[in-house]
Design a protein around this ligand. Structure first.
Ligand code: SF4
Length: 380
């Protein structure tokens, strides 16, 4: 076969692959150092470091996300989140910081809290974030699809289950037909009233949001899309368009952000991010303290710094732009709020508090003791 024939054969094969996956766009992911070097100027040493780290923690960056990078800035927040760094091989951390293996009912279905469960629909993401708490699974040789049916069966058996968080990997990386199948199966479980989809696709690879996936989500009774976004630089026209399309099918929009050293550990950056999200109709939901995952310790911000940022937000922003600052306790013990203690003390009925601006205040806590009104809701 001549070079030209080989080329057209490769193009035809790629097209076939894309059609099979329900994706008619390009396959623009960088997964090799040699390809990365076509986009970024990298020294020989950087190339060898990236290569070394990616043998332990694989990397994958969509070309779209690379375009958001300030290529002349070594600490550009886009670069910091996506490019492997030697620091990943230093320090401590857990493979499974949230103890998910312990609470797995099947390989793709976990349940930690009453009433809600997490379905790990896929193992792929458009980008492998360098601080991902599921890096033991994401981008590895693990196929959650093999346990889908077992998971649906177990969901049917959980008498208290009302809400499913569809996560992974990124659920929007599933081919449209698989994505539609998952939604159909979840819809068929009558007691599931709320579906939450966690995604980073609108941020890092907006072209990956497929019409077939949106169609599969339309008409969900209570649909919440939670977008993982960490920096105002990640808000692109394409992101705004993806949000518009999701809102067009009636999705309620939330965001979650990880507090990351040298990426967004600044009150002004986060204020800008959260206020912009609110203006786009997305409620900032969580600001997470970094999970203690292996290879990400260099992103850790001190909790006192996080609290200082939250105090700035509370003093300066609308309540709509203030997320819960939370820690998911290592070992899978659950989430706790980390906010500043505005209650300073109490003397009898006097509760001494502090205002967001740091001014002392007082509340007379003399309400009568709560009593059951026998409304019957608890028996329903
Ligand atoms: S998008 Fe989420 S699941 Fe995927 S690599 Fe990033 S943090 Fe991990």
């Amino acid at each position: 076969m001549g070079e030209e024939q080989k080329g057209s054969f490769r193009t035809a094969t790629l097209e076939l692959l894309k059609k099979k996956e329900g994706r008619l766009t390009t396959l623009p992911f960088i997964t090799r150092v040699a390809d990365l070097a076509n986009h970024l100027s990298l020294s020989k040493q950087s190339k060898s470091e990236i290569d070394r780290v990616s043998r332990v923690f694989p990397f994958r960056i969509p070309e779209f996300y690379l375009q958001l990078m300030d290529k002349g800035n070594p600490v550009c927040p886009i670069r910091m989140q996506s490019l492997p760094s030697l620091e990943e091989l230093e320090g401590t951390g857990e493979t499974d910081p949230l103890g998910e293996q312990r609470i797995s009912i099947t390989p793709s279905f976990l349940k930690k809290y009453p009433g809600r469960g997490v379905f790990l629909a896929g193992a792929r993401c458009a980008m492998y974030c360098r601080f991902c708490n599921r890096r033991r699974l994401v981008g590895r040789q693990w196929n959650p699809k093999l346990s889908w049916e077992e998971s649906f069966l177990q969901m049917e058996r959980q008498a208290d289950l009302k809400e499913i968080i569809v996560s992974g990997g990124d659920p929007f990386m599933l081919p449209a037909c698989d994505f539609a199948y998952v939604m159909e199966r979840l819809r068929a479980i009558n007691r599931i009233r709320i579906v939450r989809v966690s995604t980073r696709i609108p941020v890092v690879y907006p072209e990956g949001l497929l019409e077939g996936q949106l169609k599969a989500l339309s008409g969900m009774p209570s649909l919440w899309i939670v977008i993982h976004i960490n920096h105002p630089r990640e808000i692109s026209p394409e992101f705004i368009d993806a949000v518009r399309r999701l809102k067009g099918i009636g999705a309620n929009m939330l965001s979650q952000t990880v507090l990351l050293r040298r990426v967004n550990d600044c009150a002004r950056i986060l204020r800008n991010l959260f206020e912009t999200l609110v203006s786009l109709g997305i409620k900032p939901y969580y600001l997470f303290q970094l999970d203690e995952v292996a290879g990400a310790g260099h992103f850790k911000v001190r909790i006192e710094e996080g609290i200082r940022i939250m105090r700035h937000l509370r003093e300066n922003c609308s309540g709509l732009a203030i997320p819960h600052y939370a820690l998911d306790i290592t070992g899978g013990l659950g989430k706790i709020p980390l906010d500043y203690r505005y209650i300073k003390g109490r003397k009898g009925e006097e509760v001494h508090v502090e205002s967001p601006a740091g001014v002392a205040g007082m509340y007379t806590d003399n309400g009568k003791k709560s009593e059951c009104a026998s409304c019957g809701i608890c028996k329903g």
